[in-house]
Design a protein around this ligand. Structure first.
Ligand SMILES: Nc1ncnc2c1ncn2[C@@H]1O[C@H](COP(=O)(O)OP(=O)(O)O)[C@@H](O)[C@H]1O
Ligand SMILES: [Mg+2]
Length: 281
């Protein structure tokens, strides 16, 4: 096993006393509106180690995006703390790059390559245009979009746009890549292809990723570790290892067992919620 794979397995990282890249400890995140105080997550804690493919899994509204906003530096916890490489997260920075679900995250008036070089220059990653061009092309090739570097976003399919967003995120070479349901709006086939491509990219560079999804199957395929969150407000239900699961062994007993286990965990909440709503009525 490579170092990255070991860290991803989460087994040896503790034993080898590797420091986490991201340490989220007892974090409560709230939204204050005029009338309401909405608690999105309640005392959530987890640690992401180098080369982890760490997945936040839970039903819609359980605070997954809110947690990413916190890590990205757009929200401050009312309780607990978030540290990146041991330093409190206070504001956004190029050391954390976000990839979203929406296809419109690219600048429509810039080409594929310009979208990436623009981020590289603005984020301070590259000092010269030449350097930015070279790095952009390197990552455009990684996501198999060479030949499309001079194309504008409106000419690309949804999957291709997501590849550009991923290439841009990876080219920034952040400490951690934040992905908020990046494949949720794609058709099933493209989604599967993108999951495979993401895993191939990970095999190549062993980047660290915090990946949000509400799909149990996607969590098992993409993730090396999975944090299962309860419905609103999001609280940690369980942390599980899924490093050996992929498309190739989806029909194996291990895959099925873990899928059922998570399903039951999430479904138990659903039943409880329905009962509570019944009492309200
Ligand atoms: N800007 C906002 N203002 C007020 N409440 C919000 C805002 N964004 C999200 N929420 C609420 O916070 C909770 C968690 O939302 P979110 O993090 O988007 O969940 P998820 O990404 O898991 O679907 C939900 O109840 C949602 O309605
Ligand atoms: Mg969300």
């Amino acid at each position: 096993m490579t170092d990255g794979a070991q860290a991803a397995a989460g087994v040896s990282s503790a034993a080898a006393a590797v420091d986490p890249i991201l340490d989220v400890d007892g974090v409560t995140l709230q939204y204050k509106t005029k009338e309401h105080l909405i608690t999105a997550t309640y005392r959530v804690g987890f640690k992401v180690y180098p080369a982890d493919r760490f997945v936040l899994l839970g039903p819609s509204g359980c605070g997954k995006s809110t947690l990413l906003k916190g890590v990205a530096g757009y929200m401050t916890p009312v309780e607990g703390n978030m540290r990146l490489k041991g330093v409190d997260i206070k504001e956004p920075g190029p050391d954390r790059v976000m990839v979203f679900q929406e296809f419109d995250q690219l600048l429509p008036w810039k080409t594929v390559k310009q979208n990436i070089t623009f981020a590289l220059m603005n984020g301070g990653k590259c000092k010269t245009q030449r350097e930015a061009d070279d790095l952009a092309m390197q990552y455009i090739k990684k996501v198999k979009l060479d030949r499309f570097e001079d194309t504008y976003p409106h000419m690309l399919s949804g999957g291709m746009k997501q590849r550009v967003a991923i290439a841009r995120g990876m080219a920034m070479e952040p400490d951690i890549l934040l992905m908020d349901e990046p494949f949720a709006a794609l058709d099933a086939l493209t989604r599967r292809q993108m999951q495979e491509e993401l895993l191939a990219l990970w095999e190549d560079t062993h980047f660290t990723v915090l990946f949000v999804t509400h799909s149990i199957e996607e969590a098992l395929i993409v993730g090396s570790r999975i944090l299962v969150l309860s419905p609103h407000p999001g609280q940690v239900k369980a942390e599980l290892n899924a490093h050996d699961l992929n498309h190739g062994n989806m029909s194996s007993p291990e895959f099925g067992e873990l899928q059922t286990k998570i399903h039951d965990m999430l479904f138990a909440d659903r039943i409880l919620e329905d009962e509570l709503q019944g009492e309200d009525a």
